[in-house]
Design a protein around this ligand. Structure first.
Ligand code: MN
Length: 202
């Protein structure tokens, strides 16, 4: 059973003005769709058909560039669309807020750490907030489509929030102003989704 491009779950213009409709359309229907198709091609002949995506990532053969890049691209974008949903966003509260304060000192300090990771990733990549089994949280960035679920990548643990800082994610609207895109991201985070991923990941 091949991997399927997940539905976005909302309209391409639903995140305006923070992320514009054209960027969302190209990002989902061209880029994410492309990773999905190339992942299915990279799976051919591996004997891994039907492997759940998380298992595929945690057991990744890091020397298989096509599988590594496209499985990462497939999973990372699926997480991204869900953590920036316009629907039922909620606010940062409860156990997740407490854990963020315990790990970073304050919510503001977390935002600064995350923003610095996103801004400081040279070239294409991602910024992540990851939870470990003891409930502690770490921030890191990764190059290309690497994902902290992969062996030895980034801060490890389970990613619960991710920000795509490839130029294709923001260039139409923000051009070279990656910091403005990072600031806008904080307006559209679906904290209910992140809190749910925190509970499942710890
Ligand atoms: Mn992307």
């Amino acid at each position: 059973m091949p991997y399927q491009l997940p539905d976005l779950g909302y309209a391409y213009d639903a995140l305006e003005p923070h992320i514009d409709a054209k960027t969302m359309e190209i990002h989902h229907s061209k880029h994410h769709s492309g990773y999905t198709a190339k992942l299915n091609s990279a799976m051919e002949g591996t004997g891994l058909d039907g492997t759940p995506i998380v298992t595929l990532l945690t057991q990744m053969d890091m020397g298989n560039a096509a599988l590594r890049n496209n499985a990462g691209g497939y999973y990372n974008h699926d997480l991204f669309w869900k953590v920036i949903s316009p629907n039922n966003r909620g606010s940062l509260s409860g156990a997740l807020k407490t854990a963020i304060e315990a790990s970073f000192g304050s919510v503001e300090s977390f935002k600064e750490t995350f923003s610095n990771a996103a801004a400081g990733q040279f070239g294409s990549g991602w910024a992540w907030l990851c939870v470990h089994a003891d409930g502690s949280l770490k921030v890191c960035s990764t190059p290309n489509q690497d994902c902290p679920l992969m062996p030895g990548v980034g801060c490890g643990g389970t990613p619960i929030l991710g920000l795509d800082v490839w130029e294709h994610a923001y260039y139409l609207n923000y051009q070279n102003r990656r910091p403005d895109y990072i600031n806008a991201f904080f307006n559209i985070i679906n904290w209910n989704e992140v809190a749910q991923r925190y509970e499942q990941g710890k």
